[in-house]
Design a protein around this ligand. Structure first.
Ligand code: TNX
Length: 548
């Protein structure tokens, strides 16, 4: 039996009890407590069913959902008792819901010998509490039972936006793969999956008014990897799958750079130079940008927004990319971004974009995603390894990037913290694996231009204290990791970069301020592998952790 409660991300308040704890097994009932006679919250019923299915997938223990408790039970209810002790989250919700209202995520979890109580003011809060319980059950499960040690937890997130950005362009990930990623997000209380749906190498969703985007633009990916796209039905399925786990899917339609797949689909929107004269440096450089002076470009952008927004009804935001618009001058880029912002606003959504959008005129309701933590001087070390033309453009972007976060904050916009050194999961693994085959994969996985990153470096930092120009939680919308897929050849590679990194990103987004204590975290992380293995997720056996 485990005495240290092994919850990732770490809860706000946790008291270990003295008694032995609750014996969880197939006979355990989950009882939905109704406030009125038999009028229980339908949202809560769904949450409890989700919990039972997850526990079964994690541990093999099947539970009974009921309205009465003849024996030992997990009792689930909507109430706010004692939760004022937990600070209100900072940041913004991707679904636009109220942090203190419908989307209050603070929960309580109390385990004694006789029963387990899980409560919160909203079904979402109860879901977060049951997620902690899931982890406790999985950590001690053996032979169809689990002795969950007595504990009292009062918990809630530090930030409301806890995300993962997933590149489905450089490698197309099928629906089942994305569902597996959503399962991982849910297990670590990550509540945003940002889908990078368009880039130079492909276009990944249907726009019925612009059929060439999928007929032509979806073909191919990096190298000879197969392309693909999500049909309208598949997007609807993913949105529902995510919603069932309290995750919001946020679409990113990249503009004005990274637009080569658009030009392949609609050559009339393309740059007016011969293709042969465009720089082509594989994955890294956009082959030209959308031209804001051409009316047909704006008709295209409107058609795309009109088709994409309704497919993501839960997201209050649209990610418009905005990064690396190489070849565009400053004013042209700013003008493009400003017009794109206006079009998104006309359609009732808010804008999030990569930090380069801060070079345009921003408003306080926007979110700027900070990723550039590379100094121009450091990029110089790439000279000789990257074509000079490209390097000069890149260095120019890095020089301008220094002012992006201060500009955004001056406007009152909030920042999503995604510094590449800490939260880019496409860095090579800095830890060796205990598995020799994985050490072979390690040599080719992750962008070779980046220094490798260890699991430890992923948690020993703070998203406010260690991000330049950011001085308080209130300036931050949240924390988001990013997985770009230039080196990711398929699902196995993807999972080997997500696990064990994803729980670390979740810890930064959810848990209290400060650097995480590595020795304490390692223990909590080590037992996570039981569920990963049980679910058939591939995970990287970093030799710095004593895996369970
Ligand atoms: C920069 S991060 C990019 C991506 C690449 C990534 C590789 C960002 C906004 N743009 O297009 O895939 O580097 O790490």
């Amino acid at each position: 039996m485990t005495r240290v409660p092994l919850i990732v991300p770490a809860p706000a308040v946790l008291e270990v009890g003295r008694s032995e704890g609750f014996l969880f097994c197939g006979a355990t009932r989950v009882v939905v407590e109704s406030p009125g006679a038999d009028a229980s919250d339908p949202g809560l019923e769904d949450v409890v069913r989700r919990f039972a299915a997850d526990v079964e997938a994690d541990t093999g223990i099947g539970l009974t959902v009921s309205h009465e408790a003849p024996g030992p039970a997990v009792q689930v209810s909507i109430r706010g008792t004692d939760l004022d002790a937990v600070p209100v989250a900072a940041g913004m919700r991707a679904d636009g819901a109220s942090i203190t209202g419908a989307a209050d995520e603070r929960y309580g979890l109390d385990v004694s010998d006789e029963r387990i109580l899980v409560w919160g003011a909203t079904p979402e809060a109860v879901h977060r509490g049951l997620t902690s319980l899931r982890q406790l059950v999985a950590a001690s499960a053996a032979d169809g039972r689990a002795l969950v040690g007595a504990v009292r937890v009062l918990d809630g997130p530090r930030f409301a936006w806890r995300g993962l950005s997933l590149d489905v362009v450089r490698t197309f990930h099928d629906v089942e793969t994305v569902e597996r990623v959503l399962d991982m997000c849910s297990l670590y209380k990550i509540n945003v999956l940002h889908l990078h749906l368009s880039d130079d190498q492909g276009w990944r969703l249907e726009v019925p008014s612009r059929p060439a985007l999928t007929e032509v633009g979806s073909a191919g990916a990096v190298g000879d990897r197969p392309g693909g796209f999500y049909s309208l039905e598949e997007v609807a399925g993913l949105v529902a799958y995510a919603a069932d786990r309290f995750v919001t899917l946020v679409p990113e339609i990249e503009m004005p750079g990274h637009a080569a797949a658009i030009f392949r689909s609609y050559p009339e929107l393309g740059p007016r130079v011969a293709a042969a004269d465009l720089p082509s440096h594989g994955a890294a450089v956009a082959a030209g940008t959308l031209d804001p002076t051409r009316p047909e470009v704006w008709r295209f952008v409107e058609d795309v927004l009109d088709a994409v927004l309704p497919q993501f009804p839960q997201s209050a935001y649209v990610h418009i990319g905005g990064d690396e618009a190489f070849g565009m001058d400053h004013d042209e880029h700013a003008a493009f971004v400003e017009r794109a912002i206006a079009l998104v606003r006309d359609r009732g959504r808010r804008v999030v974009g990569w930090q380069e959008i801060a070079r345009a005129d921003l408003d306080a309701d926007m979110i700027v995603q900070h990723w550039i933590d590379i100094r121009a001087a450091d990029a110089e070390t790439l000279r000789g390894r990257v074509p000079d033309v490209f390097l000069d453009v890149l260095i120019g972007n890095l020089q301008s990037a220094v002012d992006d976060v201060p500009r955004a904050l001056e406007r009152g916009a909030r920042v999503i913290v995604s510094p590449s050194a800490r939260l880019y999961f496409d860095r090579p693994h800095g830890d060796a694996s205990t598995d020799d085959l994985q050490n072979g994969v390690r040599a080719r996985l992750g962008m070779p231009v980046y220094p490798p990153a260890t699991i430890r470096s992923g948690v020993e930092w703070d998203p406010v204290a260690d991000v330049e120009h950011v001085t308080s939680d209130d300036q931050v919308a949240g924390v988001e990791a990013a997985l770009w897929c230039e080196t990711v050849t398929g699902r196995d590679d993807l999972e080997l970069l997500l696990l064990p990194r994803l729980p670390g990103a979740a810890e930064k987004a959810w848990s209290a301020a400060g650097s995480t204590d590595w020795d304490e975290y390692r223990e909590r992380l080590a037992c996570q592998s039981v569920v990963w293995t049980r679910r058939g997720w591939r995970w990287y056996r970093a030799d710095t952790v004593d895996w369970a």
